[in-house]
Design a protein around this ligand. Structure first.
Ligand SMILES: C[S@@+](CC[C@H](N)C(=O)[O-])C[C@H]1O[C@@H](n2cnc3c(N)ncnc32)[C@H](O)[C@@H]1O
Length: 183
């Protein structure tokens, strides 16, 4: 079982590394502005350590990545549970769909849209690698969040939510939050 998972991880990581290499060969960085923010991908090994060691994703029912970029986090999460990604940028969404179809991962689902328009109440793990301050999202989470919020990276944090855990993986700080009134 663990060997199967590790094989899936290696294959997905390889697909994304190949994609980044094609961008670099074309003189493009795997980083750029989008209409609503800025895309930069999470590090596959760090996400894998997070899912395998720090979060018990098998016990989660519904995972979502807000601003899912090229889909890597969602495809890795879908090895454990039902996983959704919402990304506004059409081209990044297309990359995520392309890789999802290639691997035929049945638990992964991508939406090309704005996460402010999506009801977050059914997700028990909400992941974000934020590209902007979280004040507006925090208001939405205070109304809808029933599970946990996982914030990847050190740039932005939600001051009104309750921090329940924090740790560093591969140099990246990660924090887990719950609703302050335990909705
Ligand atoms: C830092 S990247 C993270 C990508 C991915 N989650 C990862 O960790 O590899 C942030 C992404 O959020 C997207 N984004 C920002 N605001 C958004 C919104 N309101 N709705 C949908 N996507 C959004 C950006 O276009 C960008 O691709």
């Amino acid at each position: 079982m663990a060997n199967d998972l590790n094989a899936w991880f290696s294959a997905i990581k390889w697909a994304y590394d190949s994609y980044y290499k094609t961008l670099l060969k074309a003189g493009k960085m795997p980083l750029r502005s989008t209409e609503v923010g800025f895309w930069g991908a999470a590090v596959a090994d760090e996400i894998w350590d997070l899912f395998m060691g720090y979060l018990n994703l098998y016990s989660a029912k519904n995972f979502i990545d807000l601003g899912s970029g090229d889909g890597k986090v969602v495809l890795l999460a879908s090895l454990f549970t039902k996983a959704t990604g919402i990304e506004h940028d059409k081209d990044l969404h297309a990359v995520a769909e392309h890789i999802r179809k290639h691997f035929k991962l049945p638990n992964a689902n991508f939406i090309n849209g704005n996460y402010f328009d999506h009801d977050l109440s059914k997700y028990d793990v909400i992941f974000i690698n934020p590209d902007q301050p979280l004040a507006r999202l925090e208001k939405k989470l205070l109304q809808e969040m029933k599970g946990k919020l996982v914030v990847y990276g050190h740039l932005y944090h939600p001051p009104s939510l309750k921090k329940i855990r924090s740790f560093t993986i591969g140099g990246t700080p990660i924090a887990v939050y719950s609703h302050p009134h335990g909705l």
